[in-house]
Write a protein that binds this ligand. Structure first.
Ligand SMILES: NC(=O)c1ccc[n+]([C@@H]2O[C@H](COP(=O)([O-])OP(=O)(O)OC[C@H]3O[C@@H](n4cnc5c(N)ncnc54)[C@H](OP(=O)(O)O)[C@@H]3O)[C@@H](O)[C@H]2O)c1
Length: 437
């Protein structure tokens, strides 16, 4: 799988440590990956650490190609060098239940892997899941050394490095801090899922420059332009589940499907939080339930006849708590365990009340905000995060690593919420996340 025009850094006198990604580093679901820092000039001769960082960077870059298709598994990329240090093969985990990145890269390398080096963005698994453990394939291929950017946080699948080391293969895991941080950010949803038993939550909204998500009359279609709306469909395509509140559904009657012009998108699980099961039977969500699952998260207080009517139309209805409102944490924990594929990431396209509920419960990890160059005004017009609010500025949630990207006539602001709560007890999610493991 040699890439046309790619230089082999082992043959260069000076090495550019990181190439621009050939695959886009998709930021819809996880924090955008920043380009790793390149040491200042003069460029060092390519020592082993520099080469290791270069190839780990490539493995991390390759991993992105699996985003949106492998979850709840982690995205993983791998590169195999032959014993002379030339690239012999590379690959990535491309599909849930499909072969792991290491196996694909080793297959691509064939006999050239013997005596070579395997670089992988996440510690190879030692677990029999839907596929055999990668450690077996690595031992069989006869590589002489393994370098992984990040230790596997999954308690069920970890331990691959120790097995390899016991078999006499020098194995380095997480020794390069920049690459370890990059790999951790890349797999933030997976890390959160296996360590806390919760999905990684992105709050997404479109607002005017004066911070309104709807007019005083409740009109919000369309605040952002066409390019931004297309970007939302790309986000949904990479997401396990999309969630909205019943307030938004009643106001806008959204489809919440993925509609892309140039390819088939994946319609994520669509979730509505709706304490009293008010979702209209004639709504677009109900009428498209056959196209992809719609889950109405309700409460035990929801009228039985409403629940029955929705179920009769193919809508999934599940209670989360006694009421009066849906117990969000219970819902998220259930999504994180949902068979057959756990929800690793959740895109919340709520109204202001739903966003406030996520923020107040410390359940949001990230924001993706489209800002339209418009002024709407209106003291009563809805803002993106309603609720009680924090009384003091010192209590405000901080958003880190804010990035601004022009999208058509709008701007997309993305960042991570710094003080996202650990979400209580761990509740490890292990059974569903076993395809890669
Ligand atoms: N510009 C944008 O990006 C954008 C996006 C979405 C919506 N909007 C606009 O926002 C407006 C709707 O916002 P909204 O705040 O009224 O509705 P919302 O946030 O979509 O839904 C709020 C409702 O969800 C239900 N709910 C159930 N459990 C909840 C919980 N734990 N926490 C919070 N809510 C819970 C409650 O109704 P029950 O008690 O009946 O269950 C609550 O009233 C519309 O005008 C829409 O056009 C704009």
């Amino acid at each position: 799988m040699e890439e046309a025009g790619e230089k082999d850094p082992g043959k260069q006198t000076s090495v550019r440590l990181f190439r621009e990604p050939s695959t886009s580093l998709r930021s819809a679901v996880v924090p955008a990956l920043e380009k790793p820092r390149v040491p200042s000039s003069p460029a060092p001769a390519p020592g082993r650490a520099d080469l290791d960082r270069h190839w780990l960077g490539r493995a991390i870059e390759l991993a992105e190609a699996g985003r949106g298709r492998v979850e709840p598994n982690p995205v993983v990329g791998a590169v195999v060098l032959d014993r002379e240090g030339r690239k012999a093969g590379e690959g990535w985990h491309a599909a849930f239940g499909g072969p792991h990145a290491e196996v694909i890269a080793l297959r691509a390398a064939g006999p050239r892997a013997r005596g070579g080096t395997l670089y992988v963005s996440l510690e190879p698994c030692a677990h029999q899941g839907k596929t055999p453990p990668c450690t077996g394939a690595i031992l069989e291929a006869g590589v002489a050394r393994v370098v992984a950017a990040l230790a596997d946080p999954n308690p069920v699948a970890g331990g691959g490095a120790a097995i390899l080391a016991r078999a006499g293969i020098p194995t380095e895991v997480g020794v390069h801090p920049d690459e370890a941080a990059l790999a951790r950010r890349q797999n933030a949803p997976f890390v959160k899922l296996v360590t806390r038993g919760l999905p990684f939550v992105t709050l997404k909204w479109a607002m005017t420059l004066d911070g309104k998500i709807a007019s005083v009359a409740g009109d919000s279609r369309f605040i952002s332009g066409e390019a931004a709306r297309r970007r939302v469909h790309e986000m949904r395509d990479l997401t396990c589940a999309v969630l909205s509140g019943i307030g938004t559904v009643l106001a806008d009657d959204p489809w919440l499907t993925t509609r892309l012009d140039d390819r088939d998108g994946r319609t994520a699980l669509r979730v509505v939080i709706d304490s009293s099961a008010r979702l209209p039977l004639g709504s677009r969500l109900v009428s498209t339930a056959a196209l992809g699952p719609v889950l109405v998260a309700t409460t035990l207080a929801a009228p039985e006849e409403r629940v029955a009517a929705l179920r009769a139309r193919g809508v999934l209805v599940e209670p989360f708590g006694p009421g009066p409102e849906v117990d969000l944490e219970a819902l998220l924990r259930a999504l994180a365990r949902r068979p057959p594929r756990a929800v690793a990431n959740l895109l919340v396209e709520g109204g202001g009340r739903v966003h406030a509920a996520f923020v107040e419960a410390g359940l949001a990890d990230r924001v993706a905000v489209f800002v339209a160059p418009k002024l709407l005004g209106g003291a009563e017009a809805m803002t993106p995060v309603e609720g009680r609010g924090f009384a003091r500025l010192a209590e405000a949630l901080k958003v880190a690593s804010l990035r601004a990207t022009p999208v058509g006539e709008d701007w997309l602001l993305e960042g991570e919420i710094e003080s996202a709560s650990p979400g209580g007890e761990g509740g490890l999610c292990t059974t569903e996340v076993d395809s890669r493991r």
